[in-house]
Design a protein around this ligand. Sequence first.
Ligand code: CO
Length: 461
Amino acid sequence: MTESPLLERLFAAEPRAIARVLSMVENEDPAASQLMAAVHSRIGGVFVVGVTGPPGAGKSTLVAQLITRIRATGRRVAVLAVDPSSPYSGGALLGDRVRMQEHASDKGVFIRSMATRGHLGGLARTTADAAAVLGAAGFDLVIIETVGVGQDEVEVVRAADVSVVTLVPGTGDDVQALKAGVMEIADIFVINKADLPGAERAAEAIGMALSLEERPSAGWRPPVLRVTATTGDGVPALLAAIDHFRTSRGPNGHVRRRERLEVALREHATARWLQHLEHETLGPGDWQGLVDRLASGNIDRDAAVEWLLHRAASAARAQASTSPLLDHVGVAVRDVAASRQFFEGVLGFAMQPVEEVPSQHVRVAFLETGDSKVELVETTREDSAVGRFLARHGPGLHHLAFRVTDLDATLAHLTACGVRLVDAQPRAGAHGRRVAFVHPQSAHGVLVELVEELRDGHEDR
Ligand code: CO
């Protein structure tokens, strides 16, 4: 299969193709996940530099200076500016972007703003995917610049190959940032506006904090560099530190790369698993029903998650197993509404709304018990099957219901085996599913109901 023209253009670093693929990644376009497979095979040796720090630390000016230095070494560099508002907005940020315009005509530079809102799969994943796209487009370095130091932004920078934390002296931001836990992610500290009074003290404060800290990345002590981004003073030393960090990790010792891949994997797997669970495993209305129960205080969040895990496990077992699964146990009661008191109030079941099934002259309500259910059945006509059962036996266990994928085929098989059926043809059961009953004479005294799974892709398991 030949590559799509869009990918060819991306690999040729055509700016409009890069922008288009980045938009697809950012908008979580379904086609993007297909492209990402090709992108990941072409990432090459891209190195991702995270630059973070509180607002006003001069990060954009610093990044603009870094671009100049990186270009001077002949390397190609891309910048992803993670903007908490929408792309290309915000006064201060816009001003910084304008400063970057000096690189606008340079084909070896690519600059892009990314909004932080609306990433269902997680900002860190979207950013990691975007960095991979830029790697596939042949950029040697990708700088991810965050505007602030919020939790999402820290996650983004944590996923970079090297993290640069930028502070300014004398604003109190240095102390704030240390408190915010940004400290732990820093591989390199930059004190910008180093000509301001207090730069020395800020550097000492960081050095002090570092000496007390146990760092996970052993063998690297984060340098504290003093820079004046507006003039470019100290920027060559910063680039040298970045390159030094890269080489110190060794060609195969990409600890951060591993971490980045793990973050992306974790977020992607979570999003996909939830999607699969909601659309493939759960029945129609199950998800909303769960939210309803959560909202009404019927269950707490832990119990809701347990229920989801249970359903997922059941579905996996059902897929692996070929034997019929128990769908529900039918219990004949005199009054479904009255039985709610015991099942819901005393035993704590979540009871689904009462449903009328005219074809069987019954009203039913299902009790959730995880994979299977209990069906409470009352009759609306004394001469119906359930009515006669109640008259003869009183309330009690009434039938077992098993799930089948193809009811017509099952009925044909049973007929061929000489089984006596109550229903030769399927009829309409509860939940809009097709059902048929097997006569107790052929099933050792038990009335057996066969329930067909819904076929519209939202099977009611
Ligand atoms: Co039933």
